[in-house]
Design a binder for this molecule. Sequence first.
Ligand SMILES: [Fe+2]
Length: 275
Amino acid sequence: MDTENTPTEQESKGISRKTLLKAALVAPLPLLVGQLPALARDARTTGEPLAPTPFCSDDDDPTVPQIEGPYFKPNSPLRTTLSGPGIPLTLSGYVFGLACQPLANVLLDFWQADTNGAYDNVGFTFRGHQFTNAQGAFTLTTIVPGLYPGRTRHIHVKVQAPNRPILTTQLYFPGEPRNSTDTIYDPRLLMNVRTANPGKEATFDFVLNVPGQPPTSPSPSASPSTSPGGTWRAGTTYKAGDQVTYGGATYRCLQGHTAMAGWEPPNVPALWQRV
Ligand SMILES: [Fe+2]
């Protein structure tokens, strides 16, 4: 059982339980085809402060501690690819502050079970940390974690902006039968997951309790100079399925969002898929 970041510690650092329980990002279950959990990036147009990502402790069944925990290990390797047999999974997304500003240089430390539901507590298999880029984006290449007794399918992560408290949480998969019986499961932590070739693609945006100013909208006049040619424009609101051209290629929008400089289609595979 992980105890390094208890709810009490989080609350003392400014994230109230009441705030965390606000249902702003709750998605109805079961998810229907085409009905995806909201991503924080979708809220950029509302001007409303974002709800922080809930913390989550790892209350793995304490009756069998030899098998199930503790699972977190410090000093994981710096890497974005966690290799091993299993169904390939690419997880990408952004880390935002409360004002929806992208946060760069945020530490994301992932750990998960292997395809058989086992954690490597000796070495660092399926453990790795990375940092968000200048656009607040991250990508993790891994596998779909296996199931183990007492839990639904999940990925652990610690997220920490520079000089800020650590958020310890878990990400979940939609459509898992055990989601309805796992007492730790939280639908606000559902990833968007789609079938890819090969494997699965998932997206999730974290929101950290970091105050700030909303990013300024790029001025229309700035768009032509940042575009190498095409119909994509910063400041434009796109919905899933929209198609644009950029740099001579055509892209299909995967998630509704308002485009901004730095989120050009080739830079954000979570938002744009080349067709
Ligand atoms: Fe776990």
